[in-house]
Design a protein. Structure first.
Length: 349
């Protein structure tokens, strides 16, 4: 008998379980993100807004055999913000599949959303995974936009050796001449690490950044504070001029495994004051990229979104890259109406 209840482990157990199951399931087929203990501690276990209500564990005789995690969040839905979650990491151990555990976790998550008045879960589901087929069969799931990336490789040769995909290796090989390291010469004057006193101005920048979005992750001031600074996990840089924050870039690093390990700098937020010249926007991004290299990053990525100007990314040396995943919404009620033409902002999780 499998019991679905709130996950009673910690960040380390979550990391060990997820990475172990995903490695056994997909390790020989695709590159995998290593969701390490520090990441889960930041995003879920020490997040002041997260709790165990949306962190589910499936237990068989008190042994963990499945998890489904979601973070409580405000979700931009059309012209309003609603209570919802950002969910991911739905996982069942290989030896426990075929018992309906994923369905039970999905039903329990849906029930908890309804009890708490949460409208939907926003997620991304990778192509070629068990999750893609599973959510396609669930009546409350909706697949929306495909996801693609902006990519910069600091060490193209290492990335080529690392990849299990012939298509990826061909792309990285062909684009290698375009990844010139012009960012290394960027001036750092006026650019510094984020400080807590910057929060109100950074919140204003994020609100402006979100203006084109009609479906996506929406920040409160409290959530943004945790996003921008926590135990050196996220790293945030601001451009300040005469006491005014002109722009910010927020990223963190994670390792990925395929043929060895690859460290990626994942940009979650990039926002600028209206009227800031493109050259200054690029300089701030380039300084953040300098820091990524100093932190050991071999590449960097950010999701395509209406919040990320293509002109900035192209002129900064970044290249468009297929994401291999889809935006997915899990609706707590059939009355929830999604935008007819979604302009989505979310994170790469």
């Amino acid at each position: 008998m499998v019991e679905i209840r709130s996950f009673d482990g910690d960040a380390k157990e979550a990391s060990l379980f997820l990475n172990g199951v995903w490695q056994r399931t997909y390790g020989a087929k695709m590159g995998l993100t290593l969701w390490d203990e520090r990441f889960f501690d930041w995003l879920l276990f020490s997040n002041p807004l997260a709790d165990r209500d949306y962190m589910l564990g499936a237990y068989s005789k008190n042994k963990l055999v499945g998890v489904f995690f979601a973070e409580p969040a405000k979700i931009q839905l059309g012209q309003r913000q609603v209570d919802g979650t950002y969910g991911s990491w739905a996982t069942v151990a290989p030896e426990s599949r075929g018992q309906g555990i994923a369905v039970k976790m999905s039903d329990e998550m849906l029930s908890r959303h309804r009890e708490r008045g949460a409208a939907l879960t926003l997620a991304c589901v990778s192509d070629g995974t068990l999750g893609q087929a599973f959510w396609g069969r669930r009546s409350h799931a909706r697949y929306l936009n495909g996801l693609s990336l902006w990519l910069y490789t600091f060490d193209s040769r290492k990335a080529i050796r690392w990849s299990l995909s012939a298509t990826e290796r061909a792309f990285l090989t062909l684009t290698q001449p375009f990844q010139r390291r012009r960012f290394e010469g960027a001036r750092t004057d006026g650019i510094r690490a984020y400080q807590p006193k910057d929060l109100p101005q950074c919140m204003t920048l994020v609100q402006k950044m979100m203006s084109p979005v009609n479906l996506g992750y929406a920040y409160t001031t409290e959530r943004l504070a945790h996003q921008l600074q926590y135990r050196q996990v996220p790293r945030t840089f601001v451009l300040e001029r005469d006491g005014v924050i002109q722009g910010m870039v927020n990223y963190y690093t994670l390792q990925m495994t395929a043929r060895g390990l690859l460290t990626s700098g994942l940009v979650d937020l990039i926002a600028f004051k209206e009227g800031l010249p493109l050259s200054e926007q690029r300089r701030l991004l380039w300084v953040a990229m300098q820091d990524m290299v100093a932190q050991g990053a071999d590449c960097a990525a950010i999701l395509h979104s209406p919040c990320t100007p293509a002109s900035l990314m192209l002129r900064s040396g970044w290249l468009p890259f297929p994401g291999g995943a889809r935006v997915t919404c899990l609706l707590s009620s059939p009355d929830v109406e999604l935008p007819a033409s979604p302009r989505v902002f979310m994170h790469l999780r």
